[in-house]
Design a protein around this ligand. Structure first.
Ligand SMILES: [Zn+2]
Ligand SMILES: [Zn+2]
Length: 362
């Protein structure tokens, strides 16, 4: 089969390799769509992965082609999405079924072979059966969607809350979509590229609720839209010192700030920012990965339910777009697996505008 194999930092090659064999309680998945995650770029070009050689790719979907010993034969031929984290099952968080907090996990596409290949072996436990209405491309975005939903549910803003999404990369844009879908009426988004504004407008929200963070008065803009109060909830989806500081500044007294963006550098905290946290009694929380329990309470099933649903809550206020949540609008590039490197280069070198780039199957 064809696979993209990472041999070391910056050394990823298309190769012909043997089709893997499903081991005990695993299945073999024929990959139909595989998205490139922002985190794949430093993994491939910056730091390397945990092991080499490795087939990267943790955002993928496909069809079960074969079933290993001890796995349920009902999976054969099923369309599936894949939770990429393989928990140890033994640590304290695992015993509480908080697998996203596992201390000793394995991971498809970063610690063992993932989806940038024609086939991949996956533990049965990690499979999610896809409803008919969910396409392979959407299913390849289940992971980033669940990450966005996990962040949203960390703060659980109520419908009348003023919510700021600071940073409109893939997760930020998905957060906007899921906040709209949840019926939040005051969503304010801060981007820093003209293309992000275009994507924001495609969600159906009004351009008045978008602000270009390159202009300096984001604080004044948020106050203008919140009767001077500040935001009840702020999602920091960038991971830089300045944006963290701004996110704290945008929060209303007793507001909540959720840190979503992965930091690119050391994060240092000015004393004025620290004072704001104290004096405004802010709630600051992190979010990591997504919850996956095999039952309807988790983030993955939340996403699947919303994708299967017929319509979003009516939008008396800002939310106008009727119909189901449409993550495919964020897929800017679809490439054959052979040309995956093109997408990797676009993301590494920022030569074109993009949100989600994916390899799509035969
Ligand atoms: Zn990812
Ligand atoms: Zn564990």
């Amino acid at each position: 089969m064809k696979a993209w194999v990472l041999h070391g930092v910056g050394d990823i090659r298309p190769e012909e390799v043997p089709v893997p064999q499903a081991a005990e309680r695993e299945v073999l998945v024929a990959v139909k769509a595989a998205g490139i995650c922002g985190s794949d770029i430093p993994r491939i070009y910056g730091t390397g992965a945990h092991v080499h050689p490795l087939v990267p790719g943790h955002e993928f979907s496909g069809v079960v082609e074969a079933v290993g010993a001890g796995a349920d034969s009902k999976w054969t031929g099923k369309r599936v999405g894949i939770f990429p984290l393989i928990p140890c099952g033994e640590c304290a968080p695992c015993r509480r079924r908080r697998y996203e907090l596992c201390r000793q996990y394995d991971y498809l596409g970063s610690r063992r072979d993932g989806g940038f290949a024609e086939y991949v072996r996956v533990p049965e436990w990690n499979l999610v059966e896809l409803p008919d209405r969910v396409s392979f491309a959407e299913a390849a975005m289940l992971e980033p969607m669940a990450v966005a939903v996990h962040a949203m549910r960390r703060l659980m803003p109520d419908k009348d809350a003023a919510v700021v999404v600071y940073g409109l990369g893939t997760i930020g844009l998905l957060l906007v979509l899921f906040l709209m879908d949840a019926g939040i009426r005051r969503i304010l988004a801060v981007g820093n590229k003209d293309f992000q504004k275009q994507m924001f407008l495609q969600t159906g929200l009004d351009g008045r609720f978008y602000y270009d963070g390159r202009d300096s008065d984001v604080d004044g803009w948020v106050r203008e839209h919140t009767d001077g109060a500040g935001a009840d909830a702020v999602f920091e989806c960038v991971g830089r010192n300045e944006t963290f500081a701004r996110a704290v500044g945008l929060a209303a007294p007793e507001g909540k700030v959720c840190l979503v963006g992965n930091p690119l550098t050391d994060m240092t905290l000015g004393r004025d920012i620290y004072w704001k946290i104290l004096r405004n009694q802010l709630f600051i929380t992190g979010t990591w990965n997504s919850s996956y329990l095999h039952d309807s309470g988790d983030d993955w099933h939340y996403v699947l339910d919303r994708l299967s649903a017929g319509s979003v809550p009516d939008g008396e206020g800002m939310v106008k777009r009727p119909g189901r949540i449409a993550p495919e609008m964020l897929v800017t590039h679809r490439l054959p697996l052979d040309e995956l490197d093109y997408g990797l280069h676009v993301m590494r070198d920022k030569t074109e505008d993009y949100v989600k780039i994916m390899a799509v199957g035969r």
